[in-house]
Design a protein around this ligand. Structure first.
Ligand code: TXA
Ligand code: MG
Length: 339
């Protein structure tokens, strides 16, 4: 990691943003690729550089709750409660947008996703830029999210104006995306760094659609609205996402006994705990020897990248326990494995 950016580097980065340029910056979750959210040409470049389809809306980052409030039509009490508890932090709230937010940012939809990131560099940049910053994860569309500046450099280095290096990201999975409406319980659109358990402890029941390593396809949680609603998903949440180039499969019970498995010449394993018999694998990424999901999340994307770079024929993933950050990790695994 390079030295922490100085305040003059942060001012320079803020100036680039204000002038319509693209700056990659660290957040507590993953690195973001930032553009002035009010500058349509800058936002258009974000889509272009990432190869991102226009139907996938962007999260707008601000430095304070007051700034977030200025971008939305309505900030209901429940949103205020969530913001008070989890901002700055890995929670994104989807709320009715104000007119000043360009349609390109929201993919033409009536809502905008906002969040206050919990990272000193991100907050310093947002304050200095003094504009809302639209920022998707700073990776090519559909690929593995970046948790170091080096990851950003590898995929986007020559196509953006600046990368602020803040070292490895602390949380390691993206923010939780939660849609807030006036008349229904909040909807979980993407599990992430703030857990479902933490949110429900604060505001009560949340509805959500599952795409998890433990569920073959996207499906509703059993009790959600009596099972009558369509699956709730972010417009841009495609079944395949977060994908390495190497084929990735989820380990099912009995997997290692499957005929043909041992014939695969080079297999890598991504798992929470070290396997009993590591000898079947050319490479093992055990994310937390103590079984800690926070530690696992912080290591997850970097480990997936290492496996992808190891010239393997196949990556096998053992699903995580389906609670706390395990829910977000299983969501990412399921999408990485989707065809
Ligand atoms: O942790 C994060 O959220 C990172 C850092 C950089 O903040 N950003 C991030 O952005 O993960 P991105 O673009 O990779 O993912 C944003 C997600 C997508 O699934 C998108 O569909 C959803 O948020 N989203 C954005 N605006 C939305 C909206 N108005 N309604 C519903 N979903 C929205
Ligand atoms: Mg992303």
């Amino acid at each position: 990691m390079a030295d922490t950016p100085t305040s003059s580097e942060i001012s320079a980065a803020a100036e680039i943003l204000r002038a319509g340029g693209l700056v990659a910056f660290p957040t507590e979750t993953v690195y973001g690729l930032g553009a002035n959210a009010l500058d349509v040409r800058a936002v258009a470049r974000v889509f272009e550089v990432k190869g991102r389809p226009h139907f996938d809306p962007l999260i707008v980052h601000v430095a304070s709750w007051e700034r977030a409030e200025s971008l939305v039509d309505e900030f209901p009490p429940i949103a205020r409660q969530l913001a008070d508890r989890f901002w700055p932090g890995p929670l994104t709230l989807v709320l009715p947008k104000r007119e000043i937010i360009p349609d390109l940012v929201t993919s033409g939809g009536p809502t905008v996703a906002v969040r206050v990131p919990d990272h000193p560099l991100a907050l310093a940049l947002l304050r200095a830029a003094d504009v809302p910053v639209a920022a998707p994860s700073a990776n090519l569309f559909g690929r593995i999210s970046p948790t170091t500046a080096e990851h950003v450099r590898e995929q986007l280095g020559d196509r953006i104006d600046l990368i602020l290096d803040g070292g490895p990201c602390r949380v390691g999975v993206e923010s939780t995306v939660l849609q807030i409406t006036l008349d229904e319980p909040p909807r979980l659109l993407r599990p992430g760094g703030v857990t479902l358990e933490e949110i429900e402890a604060l505001v009560g029941r949340v509805s959500y659609a599952h795409q998890s390593a433990l569920h073959e396809t996207s499906q509703l949680s059993d009790d959600m609205n009596g099972g009558h609603s369509p699956p709730y998903n972010s417009p841009g949440m495609l079944p395949q996402h977060y994908a390495p180039r190497t084929p990735l499969v989820l380990q099912k019970p009995g997997f290692f006994e499957t005929p043909g498995f041992s014939d695969t010449t080079r297999t890598g394993l991504i798992t929470l705990l070290p396997p009993g018999d590591p000898s079947q694998f050319a490479r093992v990424e055990a994310l937390s020897p103590s079984g800690d999901l926070r530690e696992a999340a912080a290591n997850f994307f970097a480990a997936l990248r290492r496996l992808d770079a190891a010239d393997l024929d196949l990556i096998v993933a053992i699903p995580f326990p389906e609670h706390d950050l395990g829910i977000a990790l299983n969501d990412r695994l399921a999408r990485a494995a989707a065809k």
